[in-house]
Design a protein around this ligand. Structure first.
Ligand code: SAM
Length: 236
């Protein structure tokens, strides 16, 4: 799968691209991720990508022309296997279901906004969709793009050692219990600073462990994310 990151800060992604699961997947050829400098599609001496908003107001906006030219150059043939995404606080909320949906494409181009945002014609006429990673405002789309790439990448077959593990994680519709978070997990030592691991996990009785995990996952979801349980009741 191929990801294009369109940004005024391509160097922002260096650490993200060179570590962990994403780096391994790139090295093995499963992922091709390229950060493109938006200023390459400007023609003035200062490589200007921004301008003042019509009608007045705070700050500057990314101009449409460099974004259109860059997108047309990077993805000259857009089709049903490609997707252009504008990162935006105003976008639809990105979640695990959106990650699964995006993992079906061959090529994604993620447009990272900056300043006070992006000329609206980019959302209206260039992007296939507008996505937000949460109800808060970041200074730029780069962190949001990294979140989406990381989340989508680990769903691509072969990227994780054991692909089944993604099936049973929090927010997965196909998980042990849809709508319930993953269960609490513990590792060695069995006792740390006087806090023991739940006895049942040490006993080796798989049926008891399964039942304990199910109950613990429900309890944790009810405590931390009661909205998930409420949503599950409504859809049933
Ligand atoms: N004026 C905009 C608003 O109030 O909606 C915020 C602009 S923000 C300072 C600059 C850029 O950061 C945006 O164009 C977008 O690309 C990115 N951004 C900010 N918050 C985001 C979020 N929650 N999800 C995705 N991208 C975000």
């Amino acid at each position: 799968m191929k990801f294009h990151l369109l940004t005024i800060f391509p160097e922002f992604f260096a650490g993200f691209l060179e570590n962990g699961v994403v780096a391994r997947a790139r090295n093995s050829g499963l992922l091709d991720i390229q950060a493109w400098n938006l200023r390459n599609w400007t023609f003035d001496r200062h490589k200007t990508v921004d301008d003042r908003p019509f009608g007045g107001g705070e700050g500057m906006l990314l101009k449409p022309e460099p974004l259109f030219l860059a997108t047309e150059a990077i993805l000259p043939e857009r089709n049903s296997r490609t997707r252009v995404i504008l990162l935006s606080a105003q976008g639809a909320r990105f979640d695990q279901a959106a990650a699964r949906r995006l993992a079906q494409y061959d090529e994604l181009l993620l447009i990272c906004g900056r300043y006070e945002g992006v000329d609206e014609r980019v959302a209206e006429r260039l992007a296939d969709e507008e996505l937000s990673i949460g109800d808060y405002v970041l200074s730029g789309g780069e962190l949001a793009a990294a979140v989406i790439v990381d989340c989508v990448a680990r769903l691509i077959p072969g990227v994780l050692g054991n692909q089944d593990s993604t099936q049973f994680e929090s927010f997965e519709a196909s998980g042990h219990e849809p709508g319930v978070l993953d269960c609490p997990q513990y590792t060695r030592p069995a006792e740390f600073r006087g806090w023991p691991v739940p006895e049942v996990l040490l006993g080796g009785n798989h049926e008891e462990i399964r039942r304990w995990r199910r109950r613990a996952a429900f309890e944790k979801t009810a405590r931390l994310r009661p909205d998930l349980i409420a949503a599950q009741k409504i859809t049933k």
